[in-house]
Design a protein around this ligand. Structure first.
Ligand SMILES: Cc1cc2nc3c(=O)[nH]c(=O)nc-3n(C[C@H](O)[C@H](O)[C@H](O)COP(=O)(O)OP(=O)(O)OC[C@H]3O[C@@H](n4cnc5c(N)ncnc54)[C@H](O)[C@@H]3O)c2cc1C
Length: 360
């Protein structure tokens, strides 16, 4: 039976979910209150891994591994858009401090190559000589391009997208949602998915009752500073103690990011800019001479332990959530979308669905 699905939120999670459901023949409508990919999914750095994967819970590490394994085919599926999202396995060089034995045991269970070597062997222009942990398979993607590729692919797959269309209220009868109210009218579907990132609790809250308040997702601001340099001057992603540098093909280098619990405030601050620049030049002194060409902030959908919530509403049978991806939503998008589609369609799943159920 063909199902109709209404997805609320046009970030990477909403778009990926729309794509996964359209691919299996669902009639999908996606509504976004502003424009697709304009919030956290645009602002993120696009590093496709947990920063130190060995620091997270097993279920999350497995989902991250599964999603990373899906990435090449997922990107291939966006090729018809004509946009190159710059998916590149540029590798991640982790500088001390790190826990070598935890890293090697994660590498063993994930079958991921990890090697300790002199860091300057890979990045000769580093400010200091130290050992580094080299993870050659860690990839990156360029977020705005990924979102543009998704937008075009959704149109090619027949997904209806309404931008400038917020959900403002719900209609429900007997434990089922019957419609989502928007300023443009009521939209109806068999199933509804909330994928509204940091705003998921607010969207849910318009249902009334207690679930809006119980959704453990809140905004966590992150700021990034963008340098312009010469292509190839930095070749690999660098990470040290909560801070990273990510080189793009065209010589841009992202320096990020802050973790700030300041509610829905998306402003950038001088303090963060100066701090990020200081950390960047501590690693690569030549960045003193590279211009900072942009500085932005985004609101991550923060959740306890970075665990996303991918599940069915406990009382409303046709309402689902795909949210709370916190620091790793771009990495987790293909797997989260597939997991939600499995759950909605009642299919056997390779994913540990109970680990991400709602309420957690
Ligand atoms: C600085 C920074 C760095 C990051 N770095 C990385 C990284 O390197 N790797 C990684 O994997 N992840 C990273 N992330 C995290 C990642 O960006 C997020 O986890 C991911 O983008 C979340 O996607 P989302 O679709 O859930 O949310 P969003 O992209 O925020 O999308 C939610 C959408 O819902 C819409 N919406 C809200 N309310 C309504 C409503 N009432 N009606 C309709 N639509 C609504 C919003 O307008 C928004 O477009 C980073 C994030 C930040 C901020």
């Amino acid at each position: 039976m063909t199902r109709s699905v209404l997805i609320i939120g046009g970030g990477v999670i909403g778009c990926a979910t729309a794509l996964a459901l359209a691919q299996v023949g669902c009639h999908v409508t996606l509504i976004e209150r502003s424009s697709l990919g304009s919030e956290s999914s645009w602002a993120g750095a696009g590093l496709l891994s947990a920063l130190l994967p060995w620091d997270y819970r097993d279920a999350l590490v497995r989902l991250l591994d599964q999603s990373r394994a899906m990435y090449p085919a997922w990107i291939e599926g966006l090729r018809s858009s004509g946009i190159d999202p710059e998916y590149r396995s540029s590798g991640l060089l982790v500088l001390p401090p790190y826990d070598l034995s935890k890293a090697f045991s994660w590498a063993h269970s994930s079958a991921e190559p990890v090697e300790e070597l002199p860091a300057r062997q890979l990045e000769p222009n580093l400010a200091f000589d130290s050992a580094g942990l080299w993870l050659p398979q860690v990839a990156q993607v360029r977020n705005p391009r990924l979102l543009r590729a998704l937008r075009i692919t959704l149109a090619q797959r027949g997904v209806t997208v309404h931008e400038g269309t917020p959900v403002t209220a719900w209609r429900s009868v007997g434990g089922r949602i019957t419609g989502a109210q928007t300023p443009q009218g009521v939209l109806e579907a068999d199933h509804y998915v909330i994928a509204a990132g940091a705003w998921s609790g607010a969207v849910l809250g318009t249902l009334g009752g207690e679930y809006g308040a119980r959704l453990p997702v809140k905004p966590m601001r992150g700021q990034i500073v963008l340098y312009k340099s010469i292509p190839g001057r930095l070749r690999h992603m660098l990470y040290r103690d909560g801070f990273y540098l990510i080189p793009r093909d065209d010589g841009h280098i992202l320096a990020g990011s802050t973790l700030e619990d300041v509610g829905f405030d998306k402003q950038v601050t001088d303090t963060a800019r100066l701090n990020l620049m200081q950390r960047a030049t501590e690693l690569l002194p030549w960045l003193h001479n590279a211009p900072v060409v942009a500085h932005w902030a985004g609101l991550r959908p923060a959740s306890p332990d970075n665990m996303p919530i991918i599940g069915r509403h406990p009382e409303i049978e046709n309402l689902f959530i795909n949210s709370g991806h916190y620091r790793y939503g771009v990495t987790l998008a293909p797997a989260s979308a597939q997991a939600l589609a499995d759950l909605m369609l009642g299919r056997d799943s390779q994913f540990d669905l109970p680990a991400f159920r709602w309420p957690i």
